[in-house]
Design a protein around this ligand. Structure first.
Ligand SMILES: *Cc1c(COP(=O)(O)O)cnc(C)c1O
Length: 430
């Protein structure tokens, strides 16, 4: 086994061997920062910028004709982008569409599938991203159910991770839906989608997933795993821009349900402009669109997906498989460096690569002030309470030397007690 070398020379050699290294040149990195926050907001690529510019050109040059003459035509924009996203999540084209925001997609999919499921309870976990619970609770309230009774919240044993066995144990005869994240937003734990889906189905419940922190960095095989429905955003690893349009998946066997949140954009396309007062939902996942597709918040995704296509071409692998391979190399390296160079810190992310998403949680009681001090040094990571500095080496534009430099900056911030000159955390956005 090759002896692990942590130094800069090792990093330089890995970068030189990296088949995706050239893709970084296509991304804008403000002030040449070390940007390791791509799991919160991915960077702009020249490709995404061009795609947005083209959409604006089409608006200017075609005006109303863009609905039928733009490329792709705006009328089917959500479906066409869905076709291109489908391979990234292992689904058929018709099972994926881009529409709405992630939170709205949770509302409509939870509402729809709760109505059709047999049970009365929804299983979630206590480390979920908050918006997921807000939306699910609201859907339960609208159905006259007390969310405190209808929600089964799987508790974490260690404050960082969720044991799949505990999820399986929480599923019972009353379970309607198990709704879990693929990757926990704070610790970066990757959950076993297949196992959870299987356990849900054994109890005649449905399995839905929030893929916000895995899409574009962890390959998925939603159809083969039998997942019933899923949601994700496109502004994290997919780099489609702040508030960019979200994605969703509905398994083909569930086509034909009436969406809980109905709107004319989810109407059967062939007859949408007959303007019927009665609603006929589209026969596929397109039914979960609600209002007019927001072309300008969807266009950058078209460019972003070109970068993924080039990642596939550069490696003879699937796009996300290539990205995942690099991601694991980067996070392995990062975890090893934290062990070696930052003994005051703990790694809150599972060490088993099979249980790790695309980022690493570095824990320190002064995490907030460390994050601020890193920013002052041009290292952009983010803080999540109570003590987590999230470092995300987003593989399309972060390399091994970058990871080395991030850890060296972290070391310097700890050494000089540099963080002590920053204010303690007050209110406000972090
Ligand atoms: C980022 C994220 C969201 C964001 O939802 P929006 O509707 O886009 O604001 C939702 N769920 C999870 C798990 C996330 O990580």
């Amino acid at each position: 086994m090759e002896e692990f070398e942590s130094g800069a020379a090792f990093a330089a050699r890995r970068d030189a061997e990296d088949p995706l290294a050239h893709l970084a040149d296509r991304f804008y990195d403000p002030d040449d920062e070390l940007y390791v926050d791509g799991n919160s907001l991915g960077l702009l690529s020249a490709d995404a910028e061009d795609a947005l510019d083209s959409a604006v050109d089409e608006w200017r040059d075609l005006a109303i004709r863009g609905w039928t003459e733009a490329d792709p035509e705006w009328f089917h924009y959500g479906e066409r982008l869905g076709d291109r996203l489908a391979p990234l999540v292992g689904a058929a084209d018709e099972e994926v569409v881009v529409a709405n925001s992630t939170t709205v997609n949770i509302h409509t999919l939870i509402g729809t599938f709760y109505d059709r499921a047999d049970g009365t309870e929804i299983v979630v976990n206590d480390l979920d991203f908050p918006t997921d619970h807000y939306a699910i609770r609201a859907q339960l309230r609208q159905r006259g159910r007390d969310p405190d009774e209808a929600l089964t919240v799987v508790e974490s044993r260690d404050g960082r991770t969720i044991e799949e066995a505990d999820v399986v144990d929480a599923i019972g005869a009353d379970t309607a839906i198990v709704f879990m994240p693929s990757v926990l937003y704070r610790s970066g734990q990757l959950l076993d989608v297949e196992r959870i889906t299987e356990a849900a189905h054994e109890a005649d419940a449905l399995a839905g997933f929030d893929l916000a922190h895995s899409v574009g960095v962890v390959p998925h095989d939603l159809s083969a795993a039998g997942v019933d429905f899923a949601v994700w955003c496109t502004y994290k690893y997919l780099n489609a821009g702040p508030g960019s349009i979200a994605g969703l998946y509905v398994a083909e066997r569930h086509f034909g349900e009436t969406p809980a949140l109905a709107g004319w954009w989810g109407h059967e396309k062939e007859t949408q402009f007959e303007m019927n007062p009665t609603y006929t939902p589209a026969a596929d996942a397109g039914a979960y669109q609600i209002g007019t597709v927001p072309v300008l918040s969807a266009a950058p995704l078209a460019g972003s997906l070109d970068v993924f296509a080039d990642a596939a071409d550069a490696t003879d692998a699937g796009a996300v498989e290539a990205v995942r391979e690099k991601s694991l190399g980067l996070t392995d390296y990062l975890v090893a460096l934290v062990d070696e160079r930052l003994p005051e810190c703990e790694v809150g992310t599972p060490r088993d690569p099979e249980r790790r998403g695309g980022h690493v949680a570095i824990e320190h009681p002064e995490g907030y002030r460390i994050t601020e001090a890193l920013k002052a040094r041009g290292v952009v990571a983010d803080f999540r309470p109570p003590n987590v500095v999230r470092v995300c080496p987003s593989p399309l534009y972060v390399g091994y030397e970058d990871v080395w430099e991030v850890v060296e900056a972290f070391r310097a911030v700890l050494d000089g007690d540099e963080y002590e000159s920053f204010d303690k955390r007050g209110g406000g956005v972090t």
